[in-house]
Design a protein around this ligand. Structure first.
Ligand SMILES: [Zn+2]
Length: 310
């Protein structure tokens, strides 16, 4: 995997992807709209391409058809010889890799904005692969400064290296919104955040520099499963005192689950954590009731203007 913390030149090839998960309706609906009205994604120095990442899942209003598309961008799938019985998302990952990549090639897209919804009460969450990407950190900062009344958080999620899609990308995760449901307020919020992202890229392309700052972000630590019976059935639910409190401090001794038998399950960790994706509908099948995260503060260096295009 190559690292490209600061773009070498202006960003010309930008994509906005929806339906990576086919029942996350803000991104699905926006991309469908922009495919009919692409002028909304135009800026003077570039046009962003709206991409329906998983059209079959979107048509069926399901997260995925055969397997989670987010898990299909691994080199074993991308480099294997195509077979007629390949899972749909494996075929689709190869197609997207050709469209937006190929990985590490010179014609790869410069930036991909990937649109998601969560059923958790996470507000606006910007999901980045790592904190070393200076350009993405400045974009997150810009979005936070543009929306001072909106609660927004930066969440660092480093996938295993072989799963990392090397095109620079930012995930926009808005919630809470039920799966398969389109809420006008989140639709408008996502539309605004995408417009502001394109504005930021335009400013960067035009030679704007952005000063150094200190970033606050959350980094995933552990997956915490529900209490279950030996047969794997649920034996408890997310505790009412934890429900909807994404990004709030959880201290040892505070309740995390309410057992069907009536007793509380308390958090037994060694120190304070910050739960995210609390009671996310798509994570029941993954055995995740919430993800515990740590809160970080770190300096981000200034973002210099891009080198002029050759
Ligand atoms: Zn998603």
């Amino acid at each position: 995997m190559y690292s490209r913390p600061v773009p070498r030149g202006p960003l010309r090839r930008v994509a906005v992807t929806g339906s990576t998960h086919g029942n996350e309706m803000s991104g699905v609906s926006l991309v469908q709209h922009w495919r009919r009205a692409p002028e909304e994604l135009q800026r003077p120095s570039f046009s962003a391409l709206p991409v329906l990442a998983n059209p079959r899942a979107a048509a069926a209003c399901r997260r995925y058809v055969d397997l989670d598309l987010n898990r299909a961008f691994i080199s074993t799938f991308l480099t294997a010889r195509p077979q007629p019985d390949d899972p749909y998302e494996v075929t689709r990952a190869r197609e997207l890799n050709q469209l937006l990549g190929p990985k590490a090639s010179s014609q790869a897209f410069d930036f991909v904005l990937d649109l998601h919804n969560t059923t958790a009460n996470m507000g606006a969450c910007f999901i980045c692969n790592n904190a070393d990407n200076v350009f993405t950190m400045h974009l997150c900062r810009y979005l936070q400064l543009q929306n001072p009344e909106t609660l927004s958080h930066v969440y660092l999620y480093q996938k295993p290296e072989e799963e990392s899609y090397s095109v620079d990308s930012l995930g926009l995760e808005l919630g809470p919104q039920p799966q398969g449901v389109l809420r006008a307020d989140l639709f408008t919020q996502m539309r605004t955040l995408v417009a502001q992202t394109l504005d930021f890229i335009e400013l960067f392309n035009k030679g704007t520099t952005f000063p150094a700052f200190e970033m606050e972000a959350y980094r995933a630590l552990d997956h915490v499963d529900f209490p279950r019976t030996e047969a794997g059935e649920l034996a408890g639910a997310v505790h009412p005192r934890l429900q909807d409190r994404d990004f709030e401090a959880l201290r040892p001794g505070e309740p995390i689950f309410q057992m069907f038998s009536g007793e509380d399950v308390l958090y037994r960790g060694p120190g304070t954590v910050y739960p995210v994706f609390i009671n996310e509908a798509a994570y029941y099948e993954k055995g995740i009731a919430f993800i515990s995260a740590e809160k970080l503060r770190f300096p981000v260096p200034a973002l210099p203007a891009p080198a002029p295009a050759p």
